[in-house]
Each structure stands twice: as C-alpha cells, then as structure tokens.
Design a protein around this ligand. Structure first.
Ligand SMILES: [Zn+2]
Ligand SMILES: [Zn+2]
Length: 258
C-alpha cells in the first residue's frame, strides 16, 4: 500500500504525509512542516497519526510555509531531516544535532521502503528541491513553489501514478489584487508560483492512462478560487470539474492511493 494526503496547503502552511506499507514495515515521510508544532500535531491527529510515528521529514525550501517547525519537531521527536545545504544555510545553519542530511538534485534518498529523488525547481529560494517518491512499483510526484516548468522539471514528472501539483493563482485575480506591485511581480514571475494555466499545461503534458490522481495544492486564498482551479485542471485532464481534487489550507485532503 502506498498512499499520501495533504495536511494543509496554501501560503500559510504546507505539509504532506506519504506512507508505504511493505509487509509488516510501515514507512512514513512528512514533506514540509510549514505549521507550528501544536498545529502540526493537530493535523497529524486528524490523519490518525502522531509525530512519533514519522520516520523522516523532507523540507523543500526555507520559506516559512514549508520549513515551519522542522527544527523543533526534529529535536522533540529525534527525527531525521533532509533538506538542501542551501536551504539549511538560508535558515541560519541551525544545529540539528546529527539528524540533518543534505539532499541534492538527482541523488536518491531511502526512507524505509520509500525512495525519494529530489529535483531542482525555479523558485526564489536559495536551493529549492521538489520530489519524486516511489515504493519501487509506483511513483508520486510532489511539485509546489516554482515559477515555471523547466525542461528539468518536466523530465522528472514522467510516468507518475499520482501528482500533487501547485495551482497557485488566477493571473487576472492576481493583477486586480491589493498586493503591492513587487509582490505581484514576484508571485507571477519565473521564480514565483504556478498560475492555474501553467499547472494545467503541466497536467496536460504528464497525463497518461496510469495517472490516477492529480491533487491541486498551494492555492492562493486571495488570488484564486477552487472552482476556477477545478475548471482549468479538469479541462486539461479530460475530467469533470467536480472530479478535480483540491487541497485546502484548513483541511488539506483525504488519503489518496498512489
Ligand atoms: Zn510555499
Ligand atoms: Zn516558496
């Protein structure tokens, strides 16, 4: 069994649980922990889990909606943490007391029965990485926080069975929003976040008969609407808008089988 669920996704905080059962062995990875400790515990409890049941944390980059309580969680639960050296440096190089491991583009990481392949994405962070996760048979892609899909990113999204995909903003809502001009340029720029249209283009390009789930994530609460995301992604995937899955900031998503 190989499944995942979002514990919450948006500009205020992101965390995704990945779980693989291989005989009696269960491996659990938390990708990002962009919440406070208490909030993360509450969200894990809603998924029926405690932090003590996690095997490792992978932090994609240093923005607070992703790194959140990584240091405190690692310290409290003695958890191994993976992140790029750039992410670690950007957060002031804190002491993880031997539990920190550096992740690099293209270098596989084993977390129990899970194998992770990090890959570089264009985003305004020091050394951001997103992930492919596989149990050896099936593969989940996790892709948020990037301004555009580079050829490198697209190469890493081939032959997926499931994809958690950023669909951050509607360009028109962003243009009309009360965001200051520099922030509009940042969010909509090449190193910002994916628009609904950019997400739909990626979905169209990676779509194949074996792709079971695309979960739209990191939706802007101010500059997007879930119904717009569902309409745009639904068209790209050839499914009805109501069949498109979206992760919310408050609840995330339910469990999805890869
Ligand atoms: Zn983010
Ligand atoms: Zn970010």
């Amino acid at each position: 069994m190989f499944r995942f669920r979002s514990l919450g996704s948006g500009s205020a905080g992101n965390a995704t649980l990945v779980e693989v059962r291989d005989g009696t062995r269960v491996s659990r990875l938390l990708i990002d922990c962009g919440f406070g400790l208490r909030q993360l515990d509450a969200r894990l409890a809603r998924a029926g889990l405690a932090a003590a049941e996690l095997d490792a944390v992978f932090v994609t980059h240093e923005h607070s909606d992703h790194i959140g309580c990584a240091h405190a969680l690692s310290r409290r639960n003695g958890l191994a943490v993976w992140m790029s050296e750039g992410t670690w440096l950007a957060t002031g190089a804190p002491d993880y007391e031997g539990r920190l491991h550096f992740a690099r583009d293209g270098e596989d990481i084993a977390v129990g029965a899970l194998s992770l392949t990090p890959f570089t994405v264009p985003h305004d962070a020091r050394e951001p990485l997103q992930l492919r996760c596989t149990d050896g048979a099936r593969t989940l892609g996790v892709l948020t926080d990037l301004g555009h899909a580079s050829a490198h990113v697209m190469a890493r999204l081939q032959r997926l069975q499931a994809l958690l995909l950023e669909s951050n903003h509607d360009p028109q809502l962003l243009a009309q929003s009360s965001y200051p001009p520099f922030l509009k340029r940042r969010v909509g720029g090449n190193y910002g976040h994916l628009s609904n249209q950019a997400a739909a283009e990626i979905a169209r390009a990676v779509h194949h008969g074996g792709l079971r789930h695309v979960l739209a994530a990191h939706l802007s609460e101010r500059n997007n609407r879930p119904e717009t995301v569902r309409a745009t992604l639904g068209e790209a995937l050839g499914i009805r808008p109501e069949e498109v899955l979206t992760a919310s900031a408050a609840e995330g998503s339910g469990w999805l089988d890869v």
